[in-house]
Design a protein around this ligand. Structure first.
Ligand code: GSH
Length: 212
């Protein structure tokens, strides 16, 4: 398998961490979504990361879809999310809000980096979406007394919460204040202390696209 994308992407990082936790070896191609777009386009017409090239040559994209496929490969006993029931619904709900925050963070980064003058209404809308969803996630995390969201075992929801937070903190450079989310911050500290998070990490950098 080859995982394409840099670990400053919250989406690439969550896939890399899951691959490690599943004990699935992979080659890492730390290509930039913009600086290396030609190389990415040669395998993925959507030109997005994460891109996962499977051993049979099939190309996967989208972190959520990739994790579903990896979960199937390892089976329900080892999957980092339960297969059915209320816990699955809650995990998917929180994962969707966390990855949605990351999506909106990406939109804010691009808006500020690629436009001469960012659109105020769009920046305000994305910021409201980020802040509102962070408040929802803070309440959800604060309501848990277990080490991880769903008990003693780290899962996909825990991982994306942490990869999203680090991305928001670094990529938005304080324009989204995170001081008001103590439970999320404590969660991020606990995750980032784990060897698997340390092994798959990279400080955020944005490589401008050619011609920009
Ligand atoms: N929903 C996707 C989002 C992936 C995403 O936004 N990737 C960014 C990098 S963090 C990207 O490839 N951006 C370039 C583009 O969308 O053209 C996922 O979960 O994988």
């Amino acid at each position: 398998m080859m995982l394409i994308g840099q670990f400053d992407s919250p989406f690439v990082r969550r896939v890399a961490i899951a691959l490690d936790l599943y004990g699935m070896a992979f080659e890492h191609a730390p290509w930039s979504g913009f600086g290396d777009v030609d190389k990415i386009a040669a395998v993925n017409p959507l030109r997005r990361v994460p891109t996962l090239v499977m051993d049979d040559g099939v190309v996967l994209t989208d972190s959520g879809a990739i994790l579903e496929i990896l979960d199937d490969m390892v089976g329900p006993e080892r999957a980092l999310i339960v297969r059915t029931g209320p816990e699955r619904r809650e995990a998917l709900r929180l994962m969707a809000f966390a990855s949605g925050v990351a999506d909106k963070g990406v939109a804010l980064v691009y808006e500020k980096a690629f436009r001469d003058a960012p659109l105020d209404f769009w920046v305000a809308r994305c910021s409201d979406q980020v802040n509102g969803s962070l408040a929802l996630l803070e309440a959800a995390r604060a309501g848990r007394t277990t080490p991880w969201l769903f008990g003693e075992r780290l899962g996909h929801a825990d991982i994306v919460l942490a990869t999203m937070l680090r991305f928001i903190r670094e990529a938005l450079e304080g324009s989204v204040p995170l001081d008001g989310y103590p439970a999320l911050n404590a969660h991020a500290v606990a995750c980032e202390a784990l060897p698997v998070f340390k092994a798959r990490s990279q400080t955020f950098i944005l490589t401008p696209p050619k011609g920009r």
